[in-house]
Each structure stands twice: as C-alpha cells, then as structure tokens.
Design a protein. Structure first.
Ligand code: XMP
Length: 324
C-alpha cells in the first residue's frame, strides 16, 4: 500500500532514469503542488533543475518575497521574475472570467518563453533544457477533461496541457497520480517548508479571479489588505489549518454605509472558507460568529474603500469555490 516514503524513493529513481543528464525548466507558483514537484525533481537532478517564480501582481500581500525567500532556503535554483506591468496592462478592461484566464495563461507563456531563453543562454556548452516540470495533480486532470466534455464548461485550468508545440519541451509531471493530501504527505517526507506545505490552495490566475469584473491595481490592493486581515485572523485563531481553502472576494458592487455623520458609498468584500478533500466538492465552514465579527470590524475599520463584509454560505456543488 501507498506510503509517501516509497513514493519519493520510486519517483526520484524514475525521474533519474527518465531525465538522465537533461536540464529541466519549471515555473513555481508558491503553492504546495509546484513546490513539492520541484523538490522531487531537485532530489533527482539537483542544479539541472532551473526554476523561476513569476510575480504577476495578483498574489497575496507580501507573498512574492516570502515565497521566493523560502524557495532559496530550500536550496532550489530559482529566479524571481517581475512581470506585474505586463499582466495588469493586458488585463485592463477585461471582465469575463474565462477571458481573464486566457490572458493570464498566454501571458505566463510569454513570460515563460522569455525566462527560458535566458536560462538556455546560461547553460553549459552543448547543454539544452528539453523538459518542462509541472506540479499537475490528479484532480487537475479530471477537471480539465470535464472542461472538454460535451455537457460541461467548467473552468479552463491554464496550468494543464503544457506549452505550445513551438517550445518543443517535453512535460514531466511527477505528481499527476496524487491527490492533494498525498502531495502534502510527500512534501512532509521531503521536509518542504511547513509554511508552504500548510498553505491553502491558491488558483494560478490568483486574485484576478477574486476581483469580480474588471481588474485595476487599486482594487487588487484593497483586496490584498482585506485578505491579509482575514488570513491573519484565521491563523491567530487556529482556524487556518482547519479550513481547506479560504479567500476574500472583491465584489463589483458599491453599497451605502455610514461613518460618523457621513454617508459612504463603497465596496463590498465577501469572505469564503471551505472544507474539502480535493476541491471537487466543498462545504462552507461554520466559522464562529465572534471571529467573523472581529474580522469584519477590522476590515471595515482599516481598509479604506470597504464599508461592508459578507460571508459566503454556499457549498459546492452547485456553487464553485471561486466566484469566477
Ligand atoms: P472551483 O472554483 O472550480 O475551484 O470550485 C476548485 C479549485 O481549483 C482552484 N481553481 C483554479 N486553479 N487555475 C488554477 O490553477 C484556475 O483557473 C482555477 N480556478 C479555480 C480553486 O482555487 C480551488 O482550489
């Protein structure tokens, strides 16, 4: 039967066999899956794994630097790429969720293309990076199959399916048979940083799909501030680890409020917290009222531009975890 130790042993051996002396390029997302996949590959081929981490400007507050630092601490051969301007300019004025995903997916490919050319340039004489490493897990494959099916248009997961042919990279996906909890167990065996391992899943398009409607830097900044308060309170109260995924959603509505003698007309954020095994189905979490009250007060008192906080009490199905 399955153990994470034997999975690591077998997979590292298989990767060594499969990759020989080849070089592998990999984009990391800061999430559990791509990190664990990278550490497995690092065990198999060491410095021949070349990673980079893209800042699309749609990560959580402070996350880019934190994650980059912890990758460096884990000994990964990683480079940070700042591509904020590219993403924001291409997303300007776009409201439709699938359109956002497509733009983000193709922008990732452009950034990837650029970064991989630089990596190729720096390789030793005659060496070539022939492989693309990916942190695809089993549920990603299932969901993207159903996207193609006749009955359902779920969400296109930009991280499945690899890159266009012209890049000529073969794909290596060491976690594609695993569920999320198995990935975490493998990560623990590999001594992956516990802050990364315990991290909630976070979608590739990031906050772009949590700002409903069109995206501006200002909306993202407001959302980051509110989300930071939410997540910090979940951690301080011990709820973070009991929740499978949590996040804040910036709604495309303004509502009336009152502050002192003044009438306000400002934005609304929704808080979402779900329990799940693999993201395919999910139940909303019954967070304590006291905790919700504290979070709501803190957000409204500290985040300029928000005067109302609501809590999402929908389960999946029929609601999805993300709102877009
Ligand atoms: P839904 O919203 O479909 O989400 O219930 C299920 C899980 O998938 C994540 N998700 C995404 N992940 N690219 C990703 O890499 C995407 O476009 C995407 N959309 C949703 C979501 O955060 C949840 O964990």
């Amino acid at each position: 039967d399955w153990t994470s130790e034997s999975f690591v042993e077998t997979t590292v051996a298989e990767l060594k066999q499969q990759l020989g002396t080849d070089h592998v390029i990999m984009a990391l997302s800061g999430g559990v899956d791509s990190t664990v996949a990278a550490v497995l590959l690092h065990h198999a081929i060491g410095e021949r794994l070349h990673c980079f981490f893209v800042d699309h400007g749609l990560l959580r507050k402070g996350e880019y630097q934190q994650v980059l630092d912890s990758y460096k601490n884990m000994g990964l051969n990683i480079k940070g790429v700042n591509a904020k301007e590219l993403f924001f300019s291409r997303l300007a004025g776009i409201s439709e969720p699938e359109q956002k995903r497509k733009i983000i997916g193709s922008s990732f490919i452009d950034v990837f293309d650029e970064a991989s050319k630089e990596i190729q340039k720096d390789l030793p004489e005659g060496a070539e990076a022939k492989w693309l490493g990916q942190g695809t897990i089993y549920p990603d494959i299932i969901e993207s199959i159903s996207v193609k099916g006749p009955s359902a248009t779920i969400k296109s997961h930009h991280n499945v399916g690899g890159l266009p042919d012209y890049m000529k990279l073969k794909v290596v996906e060491p976690l594609k048979t695993l569920f999320k909890d198995e990935v975490r167990r493998v990560g623990k065996t590999l001594e992956v940083d516990s802050t990364i391992l315990g991290r909630h899943p976070f979608p590739g398009p990031g906050l772009a799909i949590r700002v409903l409607g069109d995206i501006t830097e200002e909306k993202v900044r407001i959302l980051q501030e509110a989300d930071d308060i939410y997540i910090r309170n979940l951690k301080e109260s011990g709820w973070y680890d009991k929740v499978w995924q949590a996040g804040t959603i910036f709604l495309p509505v303004q509502s009336v409020g009152v502050m002192g003698d003044e009438r306000t007309y400002e934005h609304v954020v929704a808080l979402r917290a779900v329990g799940s095994l693999d993201g395919m189905t999910a139940d909303w979490i019954h967070l304590p009222y006291d905790l919700l009250a504290k979070i709501s007060n803190e957000i409204i008192n500290h985040v300029k531009g928000i005067n109302r906080v609501v809590y999402d009490i929908s389960s999946k199905p029929p609601a999805t975890i993300e709102w877009e």
